[in-house]
Design a protein around this ligand. Structure first.
Ligand code: FPP
Length: 242
């Protein structure tokens, strides 16, 4: 049965997604891994559309981890090419739904051509405030937290910050995208029960929705089902039920 969006009492402001299962989806069909990622790029588009429809402000997708550089060069190259062609394909939709693109991760490590293409869309959408589409690229959460600790240490060394003044907000304020609210919902496809070095700090209080569906099969309806499941959760943040 399809989900009635009007019946949902609460819509998370920020949904983070671990897009897993592209390889297995392709293998089951006798296709190449890149075919799986290509179909997965269509799911990203579907989720962007669904999120805009439901009123979710921030969508973050884990497209390429720091560990993914270890994949065969052909797959890494294929993923980079797919990223560029996907941006071309999404561009119109980003403008139509006023979606701002942002990148979270080691931007400098990406190939020059990819950086140039990304920069074009980053610039073209930077004034949109309704929705934000964040692509985690060459992203690793431990690296992000380590980088934040280093930046804080440098401020302490320079006398700009006292160790006794460091609190949770200080750490949050030195992550890659300090102005983005923490995700309230994290979706992982293809059934694995792992965080895989994804937004460890930001997901501290998030609800997790794990589905067996492979990412290329995760479309609008599956996203709405995740929102419905989120509505059934009782969020207490460590407190007691009122
Ligand atoms: C994990 O599946 C998926 C990835 C490492 C890449 C995800 C990338 C896309 C969906 C491409 C498009 C993204 C954007 C933002 C344009 P896997 O290969 O680990 O699958 P497996 O576990 O079944 O092998």
């Amino acid at each position: 049965m399809s989900v009635d969006l009007q019946s949902l009492q609460k819509i998370p402001r920020h949904v983070a997604l671990i897009m897993d299962g592209n390889g297995r989806w392709a293998q089951e069909r006798g296709l190449s891994r890149i075919d799986g990622h290509t179909e997965g790029a269509q799911s990203v588009r579907a989720v962007l559309r669904a999120a805009a429809q439901a009123g979710v402000e921030f969508i973050t997708v884990y497209a390429f981890s720091t560990e993914n550089w270890k994949r065969p060069p052909k797959e890494v190259e294929g993923l980079m090419k797919l990223l560029v062609s996907s941006l071309d394909a999404y561009e119109q939709e980003l403008h139509d739904s006023k979606i701002r693109l942002r990148i979270m991760g080691q931007f400098e490590r990406l190939p020059l051509l990819v950086r140039r293409r990304l920069q074009k869309t980053l610039d073209a959408t930077k004034d949109y405030t309704d929705h934000t589409f964040i692509i985690a690229l060459s992203y690793g959460s431990r690296m992000e937290i380590t980088d934040a600790a280093r930046k804080i240490a440098e401020k302490v060394k320079a006398g700009e910050l006292k160790p006794s003044d460091i609190n949770e907000q200080t750490l949050s304020g030195h992550l890659y995208l300090p102005d983005v609210p923490d995700p309230e919902l994290m979706i992982r496809t293809s059934g694995e029960l792992r965080l895989s070095n994804f937004m460890l700090w930001q997901l501290s209080y998030a609800e997790f929705h794990i589905t067996d569906t492979y990412w290329p099969d995760f479309r609008e309806e599956q996203f709405f089902q995740a929102l419905e499941a989120f509505n059934g959760r009782d969020r207490r943040y460590g407190g007691v039920k009122k």
